[in-house]
Design a protein around this ligand. Structure first.
Ligand SMILES: [Zn+2]
Ligand SMILES: [Zn+2]
Length: 256
């Protein structure tokens, strides 16, 4: 049984399944995907997303404002309400993305800080998106994160120094299909060094489709390919990798 620790089910095109999202979820289950974490990215998207996943007790949710979508902070009060929902096991995705957008860095930082406060307040771990913003991400985590509650750096693509710093804070590192890309040699070296006890796998579907399906839409069932790839890098069986990452998922997100 493999868990997809980060996917955007409400952003998937499910038209190739006769019964839509239900069919896609059935296909994932048939491939051994036992649980999924469906990610909130803004307060408007949250309610429709929750309506879609409501029937499935093995699909968890998060509530957050994606750093690339943050325009103002007035929605933080609504975010707090949404984050209290019992299906919501994490705060995010939040974080800093200076690769795609740097002109609103101050706003991204304020929003990230608010998510870290909310994580501390509600005792729900944080899901961090970080790209080209190592120093500021670490500074905010060190300053504001509740290290007892912790969180995950999702879709990790940074170097070993960044990984080590996050691991030392007790954070988990989640690996996506990027690890299968031809140009991800440096990331593969990082993955080899990651401790098994702080490792998660994800699809980030519909984005970042792993090889050999690049060019097609990503789906949660492809987390099996990510897990197999990471298992091979670490010299483990898929079953071993799946068991440890599933335990890690439960330890991080389902302990309360
Ligand atoms: Zn992300
Ligand atoms: Zn995401």
């Amino acid at each position: 049984m493999i868990i997809d620790s980060h996917c955007h089910l409400d952003k998937l095109d499910t038209s190739h399944y006769p019964d839509g999202l239900a069919g896609l979820i059935t296909a994932a289950q048939a491939d051994g995907i036992s649980q999924m974490l469906c990610i909130g990215v803004d307060t408007q998207q949250f309610a429709p997303m929750m309506a879609q996943i409501e029937p499935y007790d093995f699909i968890h949710a998060s509530a957050g404002l994606h750093p690339l979508g943050v325009k103002e902070l007035s929605s933080l009060a609504l975010l707090e309400q949404q984050a209290r929902h019992k299906k919501v096991v994490a705060i995010g995705e939040t974080g800093l993305d200076y690769f795609y957008q740097q002109d609103n860095a101050a706003l991204q930082q304020q929003a990230f800080a608010a998510h870290l406060d909310l994580s501390r307040q509600l005792k729900k771990p944080v899901i961090v998106h970080t790209r080209d913003a190592k120093a500021d991400t670490l500074a905010l985590l060190r300053d504001k994160a509740d290290l007892e509650v912790g969180g995950v750096i999702h879709c990790f693509t940074e170097d070993w120094a960044m990984a080590k710093a996050c691991l030392d804070l007790g954070f988990y590192i989640s690996i996506s299909g990027i690890v299968t890309f031809n140009n991800a040699k440096a990331l593969r070296e990082v993955v080899k060094k990651l401790p098994m006890e702080q490792l998660l796998v994800e699809t980030d579907a519909p984005y970042l489709t792993p090889a050999p399906h690049r060019g097609q839409q990503n789906e949660p069932k492809h987390v099996r390919l990510v897990a197999q790839y990471v298992a091979d890098l670490k010299g483990l069986s898929l079953a071993q990798l799946a068991a440890q990452t599933s335990q890690n998922f439960a330890d991080l997100f389902l302990r309360s």
